[in-house]
Design a protein around this ligand. Sequence first.
Ligand SMILES: CC(C)(COP(=O)(O)OP(=O)(O)OC[C@H]1O[C@@H](n2cnc3c(N)ncnc32)[C@H](O)[C@@H]1OP(=O)(O)O)[C@@H](O)C(=O)NCCC(=O)NCCS
Length: 175
Amino acid sequence: MISIRAMKRSDISEVYRIETLSFRSPWSKASLESELKNKLAHYLVAESDGKVIGYCGMWVLFEECHITNIAVDPAYRRAGVGKALLYAAMEVGDFFDATAMTLEVRETNRIAQDLYRKLDFEQQGFRKRYYPDTGEGAMLLWNVNIPRTVQNNACIRDTFALQWETFEQKRGDKA
Ligand SMILES: CC(C)(COP(=O)(O)OP(=O)(O)OC[C@H]1O[C@@H](n2cnc3c(N)ncnc32)[C@H](O)[C@@H]1OP(=O)(O)O)[C@@H](O)C(=O)NCCC(=O)NCCS
């Protein structure tokens, strides 16, 4: 079973490696590092046998979670890791009292769109020529009821172990 936990500074190199393997315009190491200091940001990493194999980042702004990035090491794709990470992000968002989740996805990224649809995201808008590297448009997707998706997809919960300590600590700091 994979383990999912909050990203630490020592994970940055591995997360950056996956980022560069996954995106045409990857985030820099410095941007990933700065997210560790961002109080609104929550980054999750998935581990298998002690190796980071995927991650998902989000900002929680009041009742909304904004997914900033999600990627799985190409060698570990199609095994449910992406779905587990997105589901875990929803659980964490719910823990921070968010009720909705939103993200942008390239219009040609059918694989990611499929994943999002499976977790109840629906298109609510479109930004033309949003990505300067290719000129592709961005589909704006929303899940407006995270608690319902978490409840209706509880079987995903059995595919990973979520370590809550860092999130509990962050929530304590916020209170
Ligand atoms: C999108 C991504 C995170 C999915 O991760 P993953 O671990 O391979 O996904 P999962 O195994 O959990 O699959 C979840 C669903 O995604 C869809 N999917 C995943 N891989 C697919 C493929 N090769 N072909 C078609 N659908 C696919 C399926 O609907 C799948 O559900 P199923 O297993 O019930 O068929 C991964 O492909 C990735 O890192 N892509 C590059 C980065 C990226 O595009 N991120 C999204 C930016 S918006």
